[in-house]
Write a protein that binds this ligand. Structure first.
Ligand code: PLP
Length: 294
């Protein structure tokens, strides 16, 4: 992904109301040196982020992404981001977008070691070509996440529901999946429940019913999954949050990985066993996901 544009934001408190926040934004060279070496996002992955899909210049689901950014900030004890400031910054960055699919990334970091305030910035970047994943699908392997389903409640300091910058484990899981000849991974608890993919939510279809793992079970609540469930509800399908067993992933009529940039990628194989891809429904879901959404 090539960076196209970047803004550094001077975060202001959420009760700071202004007509415009543009004076708190500084456009920077996206390829230039911007962050000091003491930046804790770089040193410790100590910060939170969001990736927003941009289609035809329209940033998708800004409200839900800002809500999740605030949720993640709360979980890691960072000051609440000011939603109006971030909304204005997103609009400023999106104004640089052309017609191709792009990605806006929001980053809120603990800041510089021994500094007094968080640092924040937004980037606009090209998106990978996701056509093959959206049509032919992705083969997944299931990987043990190494803890049981009840761990998030017992150990909240693991930050399992926060979208932190510490994605080294997630990236390692994708590399392991590739080593095993698959395209992506699905994390499973050590007691056999499906969680999520390293960068996507999982949904399953059983007849006219769609299910996804409960978001309080230590996974991110996907903005794409939320939006798609609302669409499926309108289409007359039943949708539910449930504890999903590994056997459910194997027996479901169909399954998808959902995320803001790749959108709906049908799962075409689980641990080497092929799974039917519903092309027509997948095309319909992606057409919806590519339409302007707020
Ligand atoms: N789960 C994880 C771990 C993710 O990293 C992501 C997205 O990056 C998702 C789920 C899907 O979230 P969204 O649909 O908001 O992109």
């Amino acid at each position: 992904m090539a960076l196209l544009f970047a803004l550094v934001i001077d975060p202001v408190a959420s009760d700071d109301r202004r007509e415009t926040y543009s004076a708190t934004f500084t456009a920077v060279d996206p390829d230039g040196p911007v962050l000091p070496l003491g930046e804790l996002s770089a040193q410790r992955g100590d910060g939170v982020f969001e990736s927003i899909g941009v289609v035809d210049g329209h940033p998708q689901e800004v409200g839900p992404h800002l809500e999740r950014l605030a949720h993640s900030a709360r979980l890691v004890d960072l000051p609440a981001p000011n939603p109006e400031q971030w909304r204005e910054a997103i609009a400023r960055v999106a104004a640089e977008a052309g017609e191709e699919e792009l990605v806006i990334k929001l980053i809120l970091s603990r800041g510089v070691e021994q500094g007094s305030s968080p640092t924040a910035w937004i980037t606009l970047a090209t998106a990978p070509d996701n056509v093959v994943a959206r049509t032919d699908g992705v083969g997944v392997v299931t990987l043990d996440r190494g803890y049981q389903l009840d761990v998030p409640g017992r150990a909240p300091w693991l930050l399992l529901g926060a979208k932190t910058l510490s994605y080294a484990v997630n990236m390692a899981a994708i590399r392991e999946a590739k080593r095993r000849g698959a395209d992506d991974a699905v994390f499973v608890t050590s007691d056999g429940y499906v969680l999520e993919a390293p960068t996507a939510s999982v949904i399953l279809r059983f007849g006219d019913r769609f299910v996804t793992p409960e978001p309080n079970a230590g996974i991110l609540h996907g903005t794409t999954q939320l939006s798609l469930f609302a669409y499926l509800d309108r289409r007359g399908f039943a949708t539910a949050y449930e504890a999903v067993l590994l056997s459910d992933l194997r027996t479901a009529d169909a399954a998808w990985l959902l995320s803001s940039v790749r959108l709906a990628a049908p799962i075409s194989a689980v641990d080497g066993v092929e799974k039917a891809v519903d092309r027509a429904l997948t095309d319909e879901l992606n057409a919806y996901l590519l339409s302007p959404r707020n």
